[in-house]
Write a protein that binds this ligand. Structure first.
Ligand code: 13P
Ligand code: ZN
Length: 269
């Protein structure tokens, strides 16, 4: 069977980046079993031949109407699929979906009828908002980074921007490369519309949000950008944890040092 990627270098490049990031998530220990999911908006890589492709699945409801998604195409990790498998065989562990004209349902068009991730409501709600904003963001990533999730089990860290300030203060790069910090989404059932709505709301002010006692969810210009932001936050969480394991509370950069970073890098906060 011919893959949709054949003869479409732009689409292949984006799917290859997803596979590369899936490998990083697995190597970092953030992707036990089927943990985590990635979706990317690939509409820019879609030509008339793809638009004419018939569905290879029934029509499925998204669970809500997302008005900006009409006719959009996404590559999505499959539900129950492993990141370590997505890294090696992306088209067997993910699929390309087309959003139908009602903006409330989708069908799978290639390469295999792999049902998309159970977190599709969150991913698609965020993509819908990015199109509305014209942000140019094309990727969303959900993963289970160990140290960040562990920190979400301490209520003291869950106040607004408490974790953001702590993580920024561990190493100058974190504020520079994750300038909006880490939003907090209180616990909701995985895969639920409530989780999607809470994620959407919190991502108005952040690029990365913590799903309390579960994982993180990031949006980015592309999948590498979304991964990088999670990676720098996770690095800070590890430094904090290492210091605590060595028996001391890390001093953290001073307010003045963090302000200097903001001034030099022209950061918003
Ligand atoms: P999926 O296998 O459906 O993508 O779910 C993994 C996950 O992490 C749910 O939060
Ligand atoms: Zn998860």
């Amino acid at each position: 069977m011919k893959s949709i990627l054949e003869g479409r270098p732009a689409l292949k490049r984006e799917v290859d980046k997803v596979a590369e990031v899936a490998g990083y998530l697995w190597q970092n220990g953030w992707a036990e079993r089927n943990g985590g999911n990635i979706t990317i908006n690939v509409t820019d890589c879609i030509d008339d031949e793809v638009r004419a492709l018939p569905a290879i699945s029934p029509v499925y409801p998204i669970g809500e109407a997302l008005p900006h998604l009409k006719g959009q195409y996404f590559f999505c990790k499959g539900t129950g699929k492993r990141m370590r498998d997505l890294a090696r065989w992306p088209m067997e562990n993910g699929s390309v979906i087309r959003i139908l004209d009602d903006c409330a349902s989708y069908e799978i068009i290639a390469d295999n009828p792999v049902a998309p991730t159970s977190e599709l409501p969150s991913h698609l709600a965020v993509h819908d908002r990015q199109l509305e904003l014209g942000s140019g963001y094309k990727a969303t990533v959900h993963t289970h980074p160990i140290e960040l999730v562990a920190m979400s089990h301490n209520r003291d860290f869950l106040g607004k921007d408490v974790l953001t300030r702590l993580l920024w203060s561990m190493i100058p790069e974190t504020k520079a490369f994750c300038p909006l910090g880490l939003g907090i989404v209180p616990y909701e059932l995985p895969g639920s519309n409530k989780l999607a709505q809470a994620t959407l709301h919190e991502l108005e002010d952040y690029d990365v949000v913590m799903w309390e006692k579960h994982g993180v969810f990031a949006k980015g210009q592309d999948v590498m950008d979304a991964f990088d932001q999670i990676d720098v936050l996770s690095k800070s969480a590890k430094i904090y944890l290492d210091a605590r394991c060595m028996g001391f509370v890390p001093e953290g950069m001073t307010q003045a040092q963090m302000q200097e970073i903001s001034d030099v890098f022209h950061l918003p906060k």
